[in-house]
Every structure is written in C-alpha cells, then in structure tokens.
Design a protein around this ligand. Sequence first.
Ligand SMILES: [Zn+2]
Ligand SMILES: [Zn+2]
Length: 324
Amino acid sequence: MTSSKKTASELRRDPVSQEWVVIATRRARRPNSFVKEKRTDWRVSKKDCPFEHLQDEGVPANWTTISIPNKYPAFSVGKKLNTRNIGPYQVMDGIGFHEVVITRDHEKDIPQFSLSKVKELIDLYQERYLDLMNEPLVNYVAIFKNKGPSAGASVAHPHSQIIAVPVTDPDVEQSIKGSLHFWKTHKKCAHCLMIAWDRKEKKRVVFENACYIALCPFASSVAFEIRIYPKNHFAYFERADDFEKQCLAEVFLKTFQKLEKGLNDPDYNYFLHTAPADGKNYDYYHWHFEILPKTGTWGGFELGTGVKISTIEPETAAEFLRKQ
Ligand SMILES: [Zn+2]
Ligand SMILES: [Zn+2]
C-alpha cells in the first residue's frame, strides 16, 4: 500500500456489494484519535429501568437471558399481509414479530460477560431464529443490537432485538444478490475468497479461532468496522452446531472486549446477515455478523453520494484492535 500514500485517499471496492468506499490514507487519523473521550452518562438507575420488573409481566423470577415481545413494536402479529395498490404505490400491512433480547445484569454488557453468558446469548438468538423462521408469513429474521444513544438505543440496560418480517431488508438483499452474482461469475464464494486472502495477509485480522474469524474488511464503510465470519462456507446461521456456537461466543467476546478497551466503550450497531428464511436455496451465501462502531458522523458527501469514507485504514484499525 506504499504507493497509495502518495494520494490523499484510496478507493476500494467491495466484491460483494460492488460499492466503492474511500479510505483516507494521507490524512488518515491515528487509532488513538477514535478513543471516546468521556463516557456520556445516559444510564438510568435500576429503579427506573423498564427491564428490572419483568417478573410482574409473567417472566420467571430466575431468568438470565430472555427474549420478550417489544412493547413498542415496529411490526404487529397478524395472519394476513393485506397487500394492495394505491395508485402507483404498493402497500402491505406491517405484519411480523418484534422481540427484545435482554440479559439480566443492568450494568454488564458483552465485554464483561463470561464465555458461557455469551454462549447463552447466541443460543437464544438461534432458538428464537428457529422459532420465528417457521412462522407462516416470516421470510426474514433480523437480529441486531443498537448500543448507546448515538446508535439508536433508547434503553440503557444491555439488550438487542429480533425482527421477523415477510420482506428481506434491502441491505441483506444487496449482500445476497452480490454474493449470487459473484458465485455465478467466478464459481466461488466471494466471502470465502476474502477470508482466505485476509488470513494469508494477516493485516486485517482482529481475532480468530478454530471456526470463526473477526476482521476489519478491506473495503470498510466506517472506521473500525468489523465482520465475524464462520471460516468454512456456511449460508445459514441457524444451522450452527453447539461447538460452532461455542467458537462464535469466544470470537464475540474477544471482539467486543477489544472494541471496549481500544475505543473506550464506543456506541455501535451490529447485525446478522444470514440467508433469508423464505424456503429458497441460498447455498451460495456466507452468513456473518457486521459490527459498525459509531466513530464518526456522516457528512454531506456520504449522504449525498452514498460513497462512504473511512478515516482510518482497516489495516491500522485491525492492528490496533489485535493489540488490545
Ligand atoms: Zn436494568
Ligand atoms: Zn463462503
């Protein structure tokens, strides 16, 4: 990459999404400049926390990790989509499931969990996934977490969410389509090729164990973006076996510990990208988690052009996180 240092930035293209991103090189920020200066104390006392009184709502008193219906759901349970047209517009009822996954401790989040607690969270994700994917109108199950106010969380108590809906979200759809296009063109999985290359180069690897790898993607769309992939080609998150989930739990734990230590507990979003649950064949897909730390605010260029700028090279970000 020495040659790229001559220019202010380098344009990199993601082979799946086909999107170009701008990686600042000459004016790239040093890793330490991303460290969150002060914790914004947005926490609420236990007494005012909506997740401290779940027993009153019929949840067994000894719960440790639980998924319950969201009190303010974005989708409601129903039996019919009621698809219709209004002039040129297509409309359907917002049918689906919206759950909140809550871990018991009011303060402790993933970096403070024991390995078995992280495993418990992943087990629950998979359990709920399997249940929800079999609901008649559900074609896609989204698992995601918004951590911190700048990532869109409204409750401080550690939690994540599951939405199961009839339609696949555009981001996943793009990832699926891009993977299929690559598969058809090259007869290979783009994600597998990237993983193999990155493991050989080692520069973007954050952490890996027997079956999973965490890396800062070559064409990162934000500073300190991280993806967690199964190292072998698997399309379906819900089929991960117990040993694989144990491995995933370790990579999850290490990754979030490194993020917390390195950047001083940044806000972030993470989400699962896995094959849709619509019964079609997605064997060409390669499921993964994407973690997007809130390390900056999008400016006019990003919003206006859709081209994202990462103000640190993924190689530098990964090296910094490896050391944590
Ligand atoms: Zn709480
Ligand atoms: Zn693959």
